[in-house]
Design a binder for this molecule. Structure first.
Ligand SMILES: Cc1ncc(COP(=O)(O)O)c(C=O)c1O
Length: 362
């Protein structure tokens, strides 16, 4: 049967998002290191706030998210009126594409950039433009060279997923200054909290009119399952995004848990410190086994193997040991595996298993 019912242009070009595997067939005790989750889970205070909110499930949540925005503003020294909250930072990325890019417009991201940029650009009917990186690091020159009068959005994750690499403040400022006037730079700070003293680009948002920052509660705050993110940008842009945001996009349990998580600074600090410690340990242990990685600024390591065959064989071996990591061929990195930094026991198990794999190869 032929039908005239057709999706909007671009939709059928979207390849479904590939999440990290959560199970291994036949294995009961699996260590999941495939989705960059916090191995320690959320703060007890966030869990308590979530439970408390359950008693009010008959009430609609507030539409303005004022309490959470004020808490974010207080912790980060930001103006709450320039904050918008969403269902994960994914939703903020979707709003940006929907609001600022349509048919005939271009959305730029880098070779190994986060896959939601392409998906959201296509969903909005815009054309995704992928530009080369230099040795797995975003390259300001190649981004600027790709800009033209059709460019509407430029996405950079800093630190980036899945490479774990970052570009410095001067490079980011140079990028913002070099964009055409109709283009907005989006600094995706999903992993910004893992970088001690880093503002994620907030100061650049303050200084310019063409920079926007996204952040999340999914990583360091351990709330990936609850879906809360936020964005910070010029008031005019926040106003635009609020017009397309569903009025009740976040539930009361989401809002309360996020606020409690944010306020538990001791827990946040503990998780950050432990990630830094085990990340260094894991990178060194793998390097000693002949598996190098770039210096990671996030909560994962991009382990490099000789080729795709070795990366896949190692992944198969890790799975046989109950360890789930992430293949990243879909990110143009076929010879790599992305390994989330787990707790100490998990990191030791990964190193032990990679050693076992390497011994089998000999
Ligand atoms: C770079 C980057 N940005 C954004 C996200 C989206 O996170 P969330 O929607 O959970 O806030 C992720 C999640 O993996 C990510 O890696």
């Amino acid at each position: 049967m032929t039908t005239e019912i057709q999706p909007q242009p671009g939709i059928m070009e979207i390849s479904l998002y590939q999440g990290g595997k959560a199970n291994i067939e036949g294995a009961s005790r699996v260590i999941k290191l495939s989705s960059n989750e916090n191995p320690f889970g959320p703060s007890e205070k966030a869990i308590e706030a979530y439970r408390r909110a359950a008693h009010e499930l008959h009430r609609y949540p507030p539409t303005d998210h004022r309490s959470l925005r004020e808490a974010i503003g207080a912790v980060h020294g930001l103006d709450p009126d320039k904050i918008i909250c969403g269902v994960g930072s994914d939703e903020i990325i979707t709003f940006l594409c929907q609001a600022y890019a349509g048919q005939g417009d271009e959305v730029i991201f880098t070779e190994h950039g986060f896959s939601m940029y392409r998906i959201s650009a296509l969903a909005a009917g815009a054309t995704p433009i992928e530009v080369p990186e230099r040795e797995r690091v975003a390259d300001v020159e190649s981004i600027l060279a790709a800009c033209n009068e059709k460019t509407r959005l430029v996405f950079i994750a800093n630190p980036n997923n899945p490479t774990g690499t970052m570009i410095g403040g001067n490079d980011v400022a140079r990028l913002a200054a070099g964009l055409p006037p109709q283009a907005l730079l989006v600094l995706d700070g999903a992993y910004a909290e893992y970088v001690e003293g880093f503002d994620g680009g907030a100061a650049l948002v303050e200084a310019r009119e063409n920079v926007f920052m996204t952040r999340t509660f999914s990583k360091l705050y351990g709330l990936g399952g609850l879906r809360i993110g936020w964005g910070y940008g010029p008031k005019e842009i926040i106003d635009v995004l609020n017009r397309i945001r569903g009025p009740f996009n976040l539930s009361q349990p989401q809002l309360d848990a996020a606020e409690a998580a944010l306020k538990d600074r001791a827990y946040v600090e503990k998780c950050r410190t432990e990630n830094t410690r085990m990340r260094a340990w894991l990178a060194e242990a793998l390097a000693e086994l002949g598996v190098p990685s770039d210096t990671s600024c996030a909560n994962f390591i991009l382990a490099r193997f000789a080729d795709q065959a070795e990366a896949e064989a190692c992944d198969d071996y890790l799975q046989s040991q109950g360890l789930l990591v992430r293949r990243v061929a879909g990110y143009n990195l076929p010879n790599c595996l992305r390994i989330t930094v787990g707790d100490e026991a998990s990191c030791r198990r990964v190193a032990h298993a990679v050693a076992g794999f390497k011994a089998l190869e000999k």
